[in-house]
Design a protein around this ligand. Structure first.
Ligand SMILES: [Fe+2]
Length: 401
């Protein structure tokens, strides 16, 4: 028998005494602080050896914060399910698209507990549209886009602009723009939906309106075509020439790009034209998709880029405070993220967490093209964007942009 009466579950420290009270305050949805205010992850900023594997910190505070992990989704593993659900949908009496709005596969980051998000702030879904499928006109507060994987087939109507889709195109539907989608081709069509939905949801700011009233009357759920295919490029695709004879505000969103449709062919040609340049040691040849009126990113929240790695090119290590997902549009190679190697080929998708060291390597005989979407815009706007690179001698360098 112990001679010390304090061992009989009697609290011995202030923290233990307060923790016992927490059993009572929990009923009041309140927690008495018994731990330091620690971040969920260890301090990568202080880590300089390149491991940066993103270990979670311990304790109640950290354990209740979900954090994204690096991951790769192979097209060879995901795409068979896309074609299977398209077949089920073709043979269904009630099309799934009529009950779920969309037909597709959401990529769920393994670190985020099954939430519908590929990064901390971004939702990513691979959608398939059968011939004659139609997604009715609607409008919402999250910003969105479609990155087209099929060679041809689908369309999106944004605020009356008909955008016929081809592989590598990105069609932007900024917040506050009416948009509808469909497939008038003979074959299924596949694209990737990207949204800042998780971020806007966190801010309790999501709204969606499906009650489109067609100004032409009738029951049509699709917007009438006001501007023909190519309208965006005719207005804004003239390199440094801004139209000033009409308003450049399209839709309700503030600071959004009025250029809705970027052509994959144009992006590839532009990258190719610059492929003999030296390029950036951490990014290769890279373009940012910008609002042509302001020169700023297309969205105040999301940053879209396209980069080209020449055959055999090995980028150097870089890390950023933003979270990113990457789509391999062309080529084959591998990336190292947080100490893990991920081989990739066409249409593979990778999640790259905040501040993990990463580098991309093109191992193929042709150019590799990678599209990335990140929340860099958001972090810049709140003064939190920072990036570092690792020089060949291992020293850490601050990257300005
Ligand atoms: Fe939408």
């Amino acid at each position: 028998m112990s001679s010390n009466p304090q061992v009989h579950n009697r609290p011995t420290s202030a923290a233990e005494m307060m923790d016992q009270m927490n059993a009572e305050t929990a009923k009041l949805y309140a927690w008495i602080r018994t731990q330091a205010n620690s971040p969920a992850q260890r301090a990568w900023f202080a880590e300089t050896d390149g491991s940066g594997a993103g270990q979670l910190a311990k304790g109640r505070v950290a354990a209740n914060q979900l954090k994204m992990q690096p991951h790769r989704w192979r097209w060879s593993e995901i795409s068979p399910y896309l074609f299977k659900i398209a077949e089920i949908a073709r043979n269904a009496e009630i099309k799934p698209i009529e009950t779920t709005d969309r037909q597709g596969i959401l990529l769920t980051n393994p670190g985020l507990g099954g939430r519908l998000q590929i990064t901390n702030t971004i939702r990513c879904a691979i959608a398939i549209y059968n011939p004659a499928d139609l997604a009715p006109a609607h409008i919402h507060s999250p910003n969105a886009s479609r990155t087209i994987l099929s060679d041809k087939g689908g369309y999106t109507n944004v605020e009356g602009e008909r955008c016929d889709c081809r592989r590598g195109d990105i069609v932007f539907t900024p917040n506050g723009t009416w948009h509808d989608h469909g497939n008038e081709d003979q074959d299924p069509m596949i694209w990737i939906d990207t949204l800042d939905w998780p971020l806007i949801e966190y801010l309790d700011c999501v709204w969606v309106d499906q009650t489109y009233e067609n100004p032409m009357g009738g029951n049509s759920k699709s917007q009438p075509m006001v501007h023909q295919d190519g309208h965006s490029a005719r207005l804004y695709g003239n390199g440094g020439l801004k139209p000033v004879f009409q308003s450049n505000q399209r839709g309700w969103g503030q600071g959004m790009s009025p250029m809705f449709h970027f052509r994959g062919d144009d992006v590839r040609a532009a990258l190719k034209r610059l492929s003999s340049e030296k390029g950036d040691p951490f990014e290769g040849i890279k373009f940012q998709f910008v609002n042509p009126v302001t020169g700023k990113p297309v969205y105040p929240t999301l940053d879209y880029s396209a980069q080209l790695l020449r055959p055999g090119e090995e980028l150097q290590w870089k890390r950023e405070t933003c979270s990113t997902y990457a789509l391999i549009l062309q080529g084959k190679g591998f990336s190292e993220i947080g100490g893990e190697r991920y081989d990739w080929t066409e249409n593979d998708v990778m999640a790259i967490p905040n501040f993990l060291w990463r580098r991309h390597v093109n191992t193929g005989n042709e150019d590799a093209i990678i599209y990335t979407v990140s929340d860099k815009s958001l972090l810049e706007n709140i003064g939190q964007y920072r990036s570092q690179g690792k020089a060949k001698d291992g020293t850490i360098v601050q990257i300005v942009q």
